[in-house]
Design a protein around this ligand. Structure first.
Ligand code: ATP
Length: 205
């Protein structure tokens, strides 16, 4: 059985995340894809304007939309239940009890720094990696290809760099728009925006 792991802060989930998950299903054809919002992100400050359970709920809403619903996808509270810093290596060790064929899905920004994460070498020895380019320009692609060569040579990691129609949106930009009362259509599902507004999230950037 092939398992995909897609972790992140998802504060909030946006269409870039959703497109990445759909592309991963098409290209890597996993039997299961776990979407894992962090408890405490190890690499950056979480927004004070949401909570782990809101981030989880927004993911559940997004992946219930007909466009994104898929039986292979599970939005999992595993990292949030485990608590503490959401170290990817611990998540991989947990899910490897289900299968030793695990692929980590991430965007280029995360991919380029993977070896520097907590026990990054273990991550790159334990899992394959699927990297999707966020910006879609030649420079980003070149850096990802060079990094893939480095990981292959050093850790024998299987790397996928599929072509991906980029959607250069970020949670940071979404939070900014919400705080400014701006439109987010085309950048995130309407049901997620409605949830944000109903719960008063991200009102101050
Ligand atoms: P922030 O702006 O708060 O830093 P973010 O938009 O980068 O957030 P994360 O939750 O940190 O979102 O990202 C989770 C994963 O999704 C990471 O691997 C990241 O690289 C990837 N990702 C985020 N946005 C995109 C995008 N637009 N296209 C492809 N991958 C993305």
């Amino acid at each position: 059985m092939r398992i995909g792991i897609y972790g992140g802060t998802f504060g909030p989930v946006h269409n870039g995340h959703l497109r990445a998950a759909m592309t991963f299903l098409q290209v890597c054809k996993p039997d299961r894809l776990y979407i894992l919002p962090t408890a405490i992100p190890p690499h950056k400050a979480a927004s004070a304007l949401d909570t782990p359970s809101h981030r989880l709920e927004m993911l559940r809403l997004a992946f219930s939309e007909p466009e994104y619903a898929d039986d292979r996808i599970t939005v999992s509270d595993y990292e949030q239940t485990r608590g503490g810093k959401s170290y990817t290596v611990l998540t991989l060790e947990h899910f490897r009890t289900e299968s030793d064929d695990v692929t980590l899905l991430c965007g280029t920004d995360m991919f380029l720094t993977l070896a520097d994460w907590y026990r990054g070498g273990d991550i790159l020895r334990m899992a394959s990696v699927c990297c999707l380019c966020r910006e879609g320009n030649a420079e980003e692609r070149t850096r990802a290809v060079q990094k893939a060569e480095e990981y292959r040579a050093r850790y024998n990691t299987r790397i996928h760099l599929p072509s991906f129609e980029p959607l250069p949106v970020s949670s940071t930009e979404i939070r900014r728009r919400i705080a400014a009362g701006e439109d987010t259509s085309g950048l995130m599902p309407a049901c997620v925006r409605a949830y944000i507004d109903a719960n008063g999230l991200y009102r101050i950037s």
